[in-house]
Design a protein around this ligand. Sequence first.
Ligand SMILES: Cc1ncc(COP(=O)(O)O)c(C=O)c1O
Length: 420
Amino acid sequence: MNTSVFETYESEVRSYCRHFPTVFTKAVGAEFYDEDGNKYIDFFCGAGAVNYGHNNPEIKKKLIEYLESDGIIHALDMYTIPKREFIETFEEKILKPRGLNYKIQFPGPTGTNANEAALKLARKVKGRQNVFALMGAFHGMTLGSLALTTDKSSRRGAGVGLDDVTFIPAPYMFPELDTVAYMQRLIDDDHSGVEKPAALFIETIQAEGGIRVFDAEWLQAVRRFCNDNDILLVVDDVQVGCCRSGSFFSFERAGIVPDIVTMSKSIGGYGMPLSITLFKPELDIWSPGEHNGTFRGNQLAFIAAKGGIEYMLANKVDEQSKAKGEIVKKFVEERILPVDSRIELRGLGLIWGIDFEKIPVKGLADKIEETCFSHGLIIEGAGRKNSVVKIMPPLVISEELLLKGLEIIEQSVKEELAKL
Ligand SMILES: Cc1ncc(COP(=O)(O)O)c(C=O)c1O
């Protein structure tokens, strides 16, 4: 394995490669291969970007056909057939069956781009600067999204003030605190020192925040709060959208309709870079070109995104997500939680977190992830002090591989706890 060129020439900012120090060659379904001929099970899923599997053969076929036809690849936001067909598919197969009516904007191709567009639009629509976000939130690394993101190490990188955001305690932080009443008080109290926000940004499951699932009642209360106070509700579905939570949009389980929804990662179908910002038609007060960018709506990504939706529907990926999530829950409850009573489990659909925070050993979850890697499993951490081992395989993983990966976690937890 030769990694010297990366270590010599690539910036110190590189991160995931430090956790998985090998050189990868290919990936198929839920498995990676490296240059030394090793095989790894993938419980990381490109941070949520390949829900339909690596090199999904049905989507690949459509991409190859398009490439071979000399279909246009780069078109800024010009009209093209791939864009038309993606919009039609998204409208007919995703929005209409759910009774949703959104305009669609293609910002730059990443999740943070989608959130920057949402932020700008919300402030422009409401004419207010302040925005509410939750403690534990992760919304991206560019300055606007970073201002909504709470982890200190990410914020430190900004080098400028990250202003005009008020952080609200997440409901799990102080179970006795009614966070919705708290937000109401901030707005009503002329001595709160807090400006009324244009929008409230939430993830319905804080993923990087440690797999914190917000219950339907809280999501409904937040929707009512935003309605009553003329505040836009923005749901960041960048990571937990596209069936990760068991339904296409993560907010469906609460029966709420956000004013703005942001998506990226698996909306690109095949790991292709694409993001979308959806908003209610009456919010569409953009002037032409007011939010711009060269790489908005890459045509290959549109082909893959349409292919992804078709694959998802034909293979009932939402149901797969729920069913496989049950396998994870049962396995962890029966085989990993009994190893130490301080270990906790949280999750929904096919995103689960095993939390080691209550075992006061610095870096324990990191060590478990390292051991998993040495046994052939790619898995990442999340949450405060990175104490959560995050289980997020491609949704199409076979049950056999899923169980094999879970067994590696069990073995690694036992090995690391035995060292204490
Ligand atoms: C909820 C959420 N929002 C936004 C982002 C940022 O997406 P990107 O890294 O594509 O900018 C992420 C990335 O992990 C995320 O999990």
